[in-house]
Design a binder for this molecule. Structure first.
Ligand SMILES: Cc1cc2nc3c(=O)[nH]c(=O)nc-3n(C[C@H](O)[C@H](O)[C@H](O)COP(=O)(O)OP(=O)(O)OC[C@H]3O[C@@H](n4cnc5c(N)ncnc54)[C@H](O)[C@@H]3O)c2cc1C
Length: 362
C-alpha cells in the first residue's frame, strides 16, 4: 500500500496527563493516526517528582532528568542494603517539566488541544482519566517536602528508597529521600495501607527522620507534594473507550511505580500501530507479575510489620542491575527465583491459599 492510499484516523485522547502527552509527543511516529487531546483543565495535578530506573525505553527522558543516582539503599532497624548500577541508575524528573516538554513536542507534531470531546462519532477515544478506586483498596499514600539546609548533610550520590526506621503503627511505612545535593533533598513519608493518614502523621515522621536519623534541626521547606496511588488492578473508568496510563493498567500494583510503565505502554502503541485500525493499548505487566503482586499485597495487608524484612531480604538477594530490572518489569526467571527464595515462606504460602480459596468461593 502506498502512503497516498492511507486514510487518516482521528483519535481523541482524554486527559492531558503523563500518558496522553507522552503519546502525543510521539504523534510524528504515527503514519495514519491523528491526535486531539481533550482536557477541561479542571483537574490539573500539582507538580511532583517522578522516580524510575533508567531503561532503554526511557531514552527520551534523558534531557529532562533532574538527577541520577548510581547508588541507592534500603534500610531497616537491622540492616542497610546498598546497591549500585551504572547501567540503570535511579532517576528523578519533575512532572511539570516532562508535561511541558511533551506538550511542546505534541504541538510541534500538530496534535490538537481542546477542552470538550466532540459529539461527533469518534474513530477511537483513548481515556487516561483516573479509574474509580473502590473503598478498602490498598493505597500507596505519601506526603513530602523538598527541603534546603545551611549545612552539608545529605550523601548526594545515594538515593534512599526506603528507610523503615519510622512509626509502623498505621501500616507499612518508610521514608523516601532523594538528595539533589548535599543541602537539598526531597523527603517523603510513605505508607502502604487502605486508609489515608492525618497530614500531621506524615509531617511528624519527616521531622523525626530529619531530627533523629539525619541529626538535622534547621531546614527550610521549598516545596511540598502529596498523593495516593492505588495498589490494585482497577476496572477502567469507561469501558466504551480504550484505557491508557493509570486507567489502562499501567500502575504496577505492588509498587505504585507507573512512569516507566507508561513509557513502555506508549512505546508498544507506537510499535503496534496498523493504519485504519484502532490503536492497541496493552497492560505493560504480565499476568504472572500481576498474580505475584496480588500475593505480595495480601501479605503486606495482613502483616505490615514484615515489610522491612521482606524488602531488605529482597534487596539483599539481588544486585543493583537485577533490582532495577525487577522493579521495572524486566525480571527473568533467575531474578524471580532469587526473590521468591528470599521471602518469608509461611505468610506467602498462606496468602497464596487465601487467594485460591477466594477464587473458588466466587
Ligand atoms: C504525587 C504523585 C507522585 C508520583 N510519583 C511517582 C513516581 O515517583 N514514580 C512513578 O513511577 N509513578 C509515580 N506516580 C504515579 C504515576 O506515575 C502518576 O499517577 C501518573 O501521572 C499517571 O499518569 P496518567 O497519565 O495515567 O494520569 P495523570 O498524569 O494523572 O493524567 C490524567 C489526566 O486526566 C485528567 N483528569 C483527572 N481527573 C479527571 C476527572 N475527574 N475528569 C476529567 N479529567 C480528569 C487530568 O487533566 C490529568 O492530567 C505518582 C503519582 C502522584 C499522584
Amino acid at each position: 500500500m502506498s502512503d497516498d492510499s492511507l486514510v487518516i484516523s482521528e483519535v481523541s485522547l482524554l486527559g492531558a496527563g503523563c500518558a496522553t502527552l507522552s503519546l502525543g509527543a510521539r504523534a510524528n511516529e504515527f503514519k495514519a493516526h491523528n491526535f486531539t487531546i481533550v482536557d477541561s483543565r479542571k483537574h490539573l495535578p500539582k507538580d511532583h517528582v517522578w522516580g524510575f530506573w533508567f531503561m532503554p525505553w526511557l531514552a527520551k527522558t534523558d534531557k529532562v532528568i533532574r538527577k541520577r543516582w548510581s547508588n541507592w539503599q534500603i534500610i531497616s532497624q537491622e540492616k542497610c542494603i546498598r546497591h549500585s548500577s551504572e547501567l540503570h541508575p535511579y532517576c528523578a524528573l519533575n512532572r511539570n517539566e516532562w508535561i511541558d516538554t511533551c506538550s511542546k513536542q505534541a504541538k510541534k507534531n500538530e496534535v490538537k488541544f481542546t477542552q470538550t470531546l466532540s459529539s461527533k462519532k469518534q474513530f477511537q477515544v483513548i481515556d487516561s482519566r483516573p479509574p474509580p478506586i473502590p473503598k478498602g483498596t490498598m493505597l500507596q499514600h505519601f506526603s513530602g517536602f523538598e527541603i534546603e539546609t545551611t549545612v552539608d548533610i545529605f550523601d548526594d550520590k545515594t538515593a534512599t528508597l526506603m528507610d523503615f526506621r519510622c512509626d509502623q503503627s498505621l501500616g507499612m511505612h518508610f521514608i523516601y529521600c532523594l538528595p539533589f545535593s548535599k543541602r537539598h533533598a526531597l523527603v517523603e513519608s510513605t505508607l502502604f495501607s487502605p486508609t489515608i493518614a492525618p497530614q500531621e502523621f506524615y509531617e511528624k515522621a519527616i521531622k523525626n527522620y530529619l531530627n533523629d536519623i539525619m541529626k538535622l534541626d534547621d531546614f527550610s521547606i521549598i516545596r511540598s507534594e502529596a498523593g495516593a496511588i492505588p495498589l490494585a488492578v482497577l476496572k477502567q473508568r469507561d469501558i466504551s473507550f480504550t484505557g491508557i496510563g493509570g486507567n489502562g493498567g499501567a500502575i504496577r500494583p505492588s509498587s505504585g511505580y507507573a512512569f516507566s510503565f507508561i513509557q513502555k505502554q506508549v512505546e508498544q502503541i507506537v510499535n503496534m500501530q496498523v493504519p485504519n485500525q484502532p490503536l492497541k493499548v496493552e497492560v505493560p505487566h504480565s499476568q504472572f507479575e500481576i498474580s505475584m503482586d496480588k500475593i505480595f499485597l495480601s501479605v503486606i495487608r495482613k502483616n505490615p510489620l514484615l515489610a522491612p524484612l521482606i524488602f531488605t531480604n529482597m534487596a539483599q538477594s539481588l544486585n543493583g542491575d537485577n533490582f532495577a530490572c525487577f522493579l521495572s518489569g524486566q525480571a527473568n526467571l533467575k531474578i524471580w527465583c532469587k526473590v521468591v527464595l528470599s521471602m518469608p515462606k509461611i505468610p506467602f504460602i498462606l496468602a497464596l491459599f487465601g487467594i485460591i480459596f477466594k477464587r473458588i468461593l466466587k
